[in-house]
Design a protein around this ligand. Structure first.
Ligand code: NAP
Length: 485
């Protein structure tokens, strides 16, 4: 790609249908592939968050009463605008986040699908008439919860937003969004399109700035009825505590540490091809990334050989050139990978491929790390228990089915899990016993507009996507009407 300039994009907060300046010093966004400062972004704080909450509260009184059909029309208009703007949105995302351009485009396509799916689902939020005594009518209505505070991470800087906003507004809620400060440009570009679609003022608002005070204001406010958060387990717990005194609804999509189990009867070619494809999505910076690869001892040597062969095809570079992987998000992300590998090697781990940061030539100013395979991984190592968020494949050998289930469940996390086998008995037994919100069997594709996405244990609670996702933004009301004396 010749033109490496950042496309034109807003840099202001968006409150009550207007682009506004923040009261704090603007902060620059960095391109993780080049170290270059991209744009200075306006920063707000508590005052702007309160203004946005009040705007969302005002607009809730009309948006919640707008017909589902009209809401769907507006949402579909935004979906069309996102689709038309794919090239610009994807380039902005790649430049601020680092992921390869083709992956950025797929993420934008997922935005479009999520918007359209939820626009339709909002029109199907039917209530119930429950059999009652003849003198009464028992009605159940589904009503929007109110104002939603949404806080999103940098790894899917566009889709984590649409996954929250689209079910919320489809249900009739209004939203105050706080995106990650690593990737505000993708969020702002989306807000531009809501503005262009002439969404009523205050239905969606964006505040940018220091996350602590903004998060506290959103989670403590009595005018916010729901907090939806995607990010680290540590911050998820903090927000949950802050929201507790006001007893608002909370849903948390937190960290993961997915096991990927290859049984001896698996289609090994499929298992290895799927592993390489899935592991290097977004350079391993994905909450559902396969992080512990358990391989049965009878096929371990063969599978390892196949993985190493496939690794030769994995390319690293600036996301604009569409390699397999781009840079990591920042210096802290790079250091975490280095530390985990250093610790693993000290405790007997063996690097079979890669293992170092890339510092020469085009890599000099970015946060690049070699795609890596480490063998002989054991529970003594940090990498065995902690989310890596990097391009590392850790190999672990196993012998028995029940033992590998126990090992796979030996983690505080419970988001995604995967296994490969051709035995129906193994499929039934293992899928029932894995303590995870999602299980991929001979497949890793677990995120769709129509299917529930979310975790158990320290991976959080609540679901996104599908009917379950919209219900997170609904209050159920029972109405008992006496119809006769
Ligand atoms: P993070 O540090 O927890 O940040 C997530 C969001 O929370 C950002 O917007 C961040 O804002 C904000 N934040 C940070 N401190 C806060 C505070 N004290 N109060 C309120 N908000 C605060 O996580 P991350 O590094 O961006 O994202 C990576 C994590 O997200 C990984 O653990 C990953 O597994 C998880 N994740 C989970 C899912 C899922 O669906 N389960 C999906 C994607 C990612 P600033 O950036 O401005 O500080």
């Amino acid at each position: 790609m010749d033109n490496r300039n950042l496309p034109k994009v807003e840099t202001h907060l968006y409150i009550d249908g207007k682009w506004v300046e923040g009261s704090e010093e603007p902060v620059a966004v960095t391109n993780p592939a080049t170290g270059e400062a991209l744009e200075k972004i306006q920063q707000g704080g508590v005052a702007e968050t309160k203004q946005a909450i009040q705007a969302a509260k005002r607009s809730f009184s009309t948006w919640s009463k707008t017909s589902p059909k009209k809401r769907a029309e507006l949402m579909n208009k935004v979906a069309d605008l996102i689709e038309e703007d794919t090239e610009r949105l994807a380039k902005i995302m790649t430049m601020e986040q680092g992921k390869p351009l083709s992956q950025a485009k797929s993420e934008i396509q997922t935005d479009v699908e999520n918007m359209r799916w939820n626009a339709s689902e909002g029109q199907r939020l039917v209530g119930e008439i429950i059999p009652s005594p003849d003198t009464n009518l028992w009605q159940v209505r589904k009503q929007p919860v109110g104002v939603v505070g949404a806080i999103t991470p940098w790894n899917f800087p566009s889709n984590m937003i649409i996954r929250k906003i689209s079910p919320a507004i489809a249900a009739g809620c209004t939203v105050v969004l706080k995106p990650s400060s690593e990737t505000p440009l993708s969020a702002l570009a989306l807000m531009e399109l809501f503005h262009k679609a002439e969404f009523p003022a205050g239905v969606v608002n964006i505040v940018l700035g220091e996350s602590g005070p903004i998060g506290e204001t959103l989670s403590e406010s009595e005018d916010v009825q729901k907090i939806t958060f995607t990010g680290s387990t540590e911050i998820g717990k903090k927000l949950s505590e802050q929201a507790a005194p006001s007893l608002k609804k909370v849903s948390l999509e937190l960290g993961g540490h997915a096991p990927y189990i290859i049984f001896p009867d698996a289609d090994l070619e499929l298992a290895v091809k799927t592993l390489i494809k899935t592991k290097f999505i977004n350079n391993g910076q994905v909450c559902t990334s396969p992080n512990r690869i358990f391989i049965h001892k009878d096929v371990k040597a063969e599978v390892t050989k196949m993985i190493l062969k496939a690794m030769e095809e994995v390319t690293v570079g600036n996301g604009l050139d569409d390699p397999t992987v781009g840079p990591l998000i920042n210096q802290a992300g790079l250091e975490k990978v280095e530390e985990q590998l250093e610790d693993a090697q000290k405790k007997g781990g063996k690097i079979l491929f890669g293992g170092k940061k890339l510092e020469e030539g085009n890599y000099a100013k970015g946060y690049f790390f070699e795609p890596t395979v480490v063998d002989n991984v054991t529970p003594e190592m940090s990498i065995y228990y902690n989310e890596t968020f990097g391009p590392v494949i850790p190999l672990i050998s196993f012998d028995e089915e029940e033992a590998v289930i126990t090992a796979a469940n030996d983690t505080p996390f419970g988001l995604a899990s995967y296994f490969f086998t051709q035995s129906i008995q193994t499929i039934d037994n293992v899928s029932k016993k894995l303590a995870y919100g999602m299980v991929g069997v001979n497949d890793t594709s677990i995120s769709h507009s129509a299917t529930p996405f979310g975790g158990v244990k320290h991976s959080g609670f609540g679901r996104e996507n599908g009917t379950y996702g919209v219900e997170e933004y609904i209050d159920v009301k029972f109405i008992n009407i006496r119809t006769a004396k």
